[in-house]
Design a binder for this molecule. Sequence first.
Ligand SMILES: C[S@@+](CC[C@H](N)C(=O)[O-])C[C@H]1O[C@@H](n2cnc3c(N)ncnc32)[C@H](O)[C@@H]1O
Length: 321
Amino acid sequence: MDQDFRHEPVMVTEVLDLLGPLPPGWVIDATVGGGGHAAAVLEAHPHLSVLGLDRDGAAVAAASRRLAPYGPRAQVVGARFDRLALEAEKLRRQTGSDVVGVLFDLGVSSVQIDRPERGFSYRSAGPLDMRMDPSSGMTAADVVNGYEEAELARIFRDNGETRWAGRMARAIVAARPLSDTAALAEAVAGSVPAPARRRGHPAARVFQALRIEVNAELEVLSATLDQVPGVLPRAGRALVLAYHSGEDRMVKDRFRSWSGGACTCPPGLPCACGAPRFARLLGRGARQAGAEELAANPRASAARLRAVEMVEMVPDPEDQS
Ligand SMILES: C[S@@+](CC[C@H](N)C(=O)[O-])C[C@H]1O[C@@H](n2cnc3c(N)ncnc32)[C@H](O)[C@@H]1O
């Protein structure tokens, strides 16, 4: 494995089982990171090729090195995943083969977290950056030193799911200007009651919330999920590993609506209401990591894996007369 980019991929067995039945073609690994999932797919499924996308140049370089042994079966491109449809079309024109699967392993990699100079971690001092693509966009410093207190509280509540959002926002505003991650972690730690500090470092939720805001993670995911049905053919599959309940909820709702979730017909009768139905859920609810993996990889504890398969569009009854 690449020494520069050590990240233990999560729920690999489950991902491989779900991708195995795909027809031959390309899988787009929209969050290729260090190439852990991608390499496992290429190794286990000789009928599949992988296009990896990542918005982080360090990940693109690491995944390119990691996947080089697979030759033309692997490509890596530096791109935000909301270019999914464009990249799929480019690939189809270039190779003449279909994209049959899409995989998302959301969030940040251990490598981004473990590099203090990226500013993702409250455990070590670093710049208030948190951009997955450090070449563009606003930084965490712009948010903590520039947002109104009420807006900070909203993102801590929505993205950090903490009950102390208001106190944390107030403490940050009082401590401005904040110069680095250590100063931010200290301001947040001092804002919550002592018993709450004993249940893990309170800054963990603030850092997660800021990272989601800085990288517009929920907005980009929403826009990208909309593209998935247009990219995949019948029998194509989409898999999403989410680590944040807001993301998982979005994926769950979207998959449900693709698979007839908006249907208003009485249960047990064939659908006659015309609700869209062009996918089927693979499994009831989200899959979670097994006990053995949880013991070996703490990151797996938050993982929720959901998957759908594209099916023939169910015709609108209005069009059948
Ligand atoms: C959890 S890691 C993926 C690890 C990978 N599955 C592996 O096995 O090595 C998530 C990766 O997705 C990337 N990422 C997150 N959001 C992205 C987006 N909107 N577009 C492209 N890449 C994104 C991050 O930069 C990070 O490298």
